[in-house]
Design a protein around this ligand. Sequence first.
Ligand code: MLT
Length: 268
Amino acid sequence: MPRLSVNGIDLHVVDRGTGRLLLLVHGFPLDHSMWHGQIGQFAATCRVIAPDLRGFGQSPVTDEPVTMATYADDLAALLDALNVTEPVCFCGLSMGGYIAWEFVARHRHRLGSLILCDTRAAADNEAARRTREQAARRVLKEGPDFLADGMIDKLFVKSTREQHPEIITQTQQVIRSTSPVSIAAASRAMAARPDVTGRLPDIDVPTLLLVGQHDAISPPSEMRRIATALPHATFVEIPDAGHMAPLERPDAVNAAIEYFLAEIRNLN
Ligand code: MLT
């Protein structure tokens, strides 16, 4: 996995295939490997770029505070470093979706289309902010094991937990090996993110919204409301999946993405 010097840090990135550009942006507190079920498939027809965000996976930890805009600017600089000039399809899951909103606001000219998986447009309420701050303090004190143990039921549906223990183990390994400093910084950045609901009617690119039927963090009802507010949105619910739909049901997710990408090709 090559490293590229971007905004003063060496970001690790998977860069595979040729053709239209699909940028895959992982959720919290994970890395590019959550797109395992998409990278191989889409690299056959697209150029797939799947980075580890700063402080996650193999990308180094930085000690400055971050915001969703920091990650969005890193991604724009990464595209520069990879000599990408054509519009990209930005596909983000959950925190990757929060970053997508900032990418739209700050780097609109780089964007051709959006895929938003299991994400939210609303900001955190006060209780959620307090919980994130407690988690940030605890992870700095104790390390990430409590998150690796405590998040699984929220991320995955029961059938995934029972039938695919390898997915659970792999996800827990990623969380356990993530730096507490990066987890705390991202937690605080998510707590501080703005409510972007009012921006939705101005997002004028074709957008696919994907959500696991049983997503407990960004439920289908909430994502359906985002789809209604967006001018060019397609909404797809993935049966028998939770928050990590692309990992849990890659075939259904990939079929929805394939269909969306083909529709966009027909538009152009
Ligand atoms: C994620 O999957 O990125 C997180 O669950 C997002 C969040 O905690 O709001």
